[in-house]
Ligand binder design. Structure first.
Ligand code: SF4
Length: 343
């Protein structure tokens, strides 16, 4: 990882702007509810999540082999979120929400009204993040994102040369990504703002790790705010053509193509209290690991956000996490709630 100190300060300022008394009180109640739930072993939902992930679009133009969208293994339908549904979600949550991820599965810049989503969140003083493959990051898009008030953008750059980049980002052009980053930095300079904070993210694989030093140097040279080196989330549906870089991997060595996370999973999950994930068509799911919406806890189109988090489905899911997390298949190999807090 590498970052500019000024960007960290600017980022902190953006977070501070999203805080107010009702949101802080909600956060305090949320932490108390989570701690008490762990002590008594029953879910106490006395507050609302403070973070939200909303999926503007379920479509993507690339074919990344370890992504369920790119590998075409999702059975749920694809589409774009209706702006009225998005406005409904924000109107119902703005009292509590501090942080909004405008992505889940799919490429958010494929939504034709993405800047209206950001503007709506910005008007409600919510910190917004987009994670993108940057294939649509042209001059016009850069200006739209800056004008809409986006707080942070995470741009995937998984290689420095085209051959290495497209080993994972199949169908993508590395020069488009680099040019997009340069244009965004330039447009931000011209507009006299310090946002969005520009983060370049590299998924470290065996095939691209030798290009990471070149990416780091380039990021410093062009004025990127932060470089994050991450381990890829590996899946059994992957075609085996890419392997995580061992030094950076979240997985322990395994003889077969079976990826297991080290450490004991405790019977808790802070994400179940702190955040909610909503698909493009309004399905509320437990977390970003439920990519195919297998555990539907509510529906943002037909119910209010407050009603959804109180639904029996949501309660039962939290109860299972507290009593037998291993009983939920997707939670068994999830890095959340391992070796932190007390267990
Ligand atoms: S998969 Fe992980 S983050 Fe999601 S609910 Fe299970 S333990 Fe929590």
């Amino acid at each position: 990882m590498w970052f500019r100190t000024s960007a960290i300060l600017n980022n902190a300022m953006l977070y501070l702007k999203s805080l107010n008394i009702p949101r802080l009180l909600n956060l305090l109640k949320l932490v108390c509810g989570f701690i008490l739930s762990r002590i008594v072993g029953k879910p106490l939902c006395i507050a609302h999540p403070f973070a939200l992930s909303v999926e503007p679009s379920g479509h993507c133009q690339l074919k990344c082999p370890e992504c369920p969208t790119g590998a075409a293994v999702l059975s749920r339908k694809k589409g774009n979120m209706n702006i009225d549904l998005f406005n409904k979600i924000i109107n119902e949550t703005e009292k509590y929400i501090i942080y909004l991820n405008l992505y889940f599965q799919g490429e958010p810049l494929l939504h034709p009204q993405i800047e209206e989503f950001i503007e709506k969140a910005k008007k409600n003083r919510i910190y917004t993040t987009i994670s993108t493959n940057a294939q649509l990051l042209d001059q016009q898009m850069c200006r739209k994102l800056i004008a809409s008030g986006l707080s942070r953008i995470v741009i995937s750059l998984d290689g420095f040369s085209q051959g290495i980049y497209e080993t994972y980002r199949r169908g993508g052009k590395v020069e488009t990504v680099k040019n997009g980053i340069i244009m965004l930095i330039q447009a931000r300079k011209e507009s006299g703002t310090f946002f969005p904070i520009i983060v370049v993210q590299v998924l470290a694989f065996d095939h691209n790790k030798h290009e990471i030093p070149a990416i780091r140097e380039w990021c410093k040279e062009v004025g990127v705010d932060k470089l994050e080196i991450k381990t890829a989330q590996m899946n059994e549906f992957g075609d085996g053509t890419v392997q995580p870089a061992r030094e950076k991997s979240r997985y322990q060595n395994s003889p077969k193509k079976k990826y297991t996370v080290p450490g004991r999973p405790y019977n808790h999950c802070w994400r179940q209290w702190s955040s909610a994930v909503i698909t493009w068509n309004g399905l509320m799911v437990p977390c970003c690991y439920d990519k195919n919406a297998e555990y539907i806890l509510g529906n943002a189109s037909s119910s209010t956000f407050s009603d959804n988090i109180k639904k029996p489905e949501s309660y039962i899911f939290k109860q299972t996490i507290l009593s037998n997390r291993k009983g939920i298949e997707m939670c068994r190999n999830c890095p959340e709630g391992r070796n932190w807090f007390w267990g």
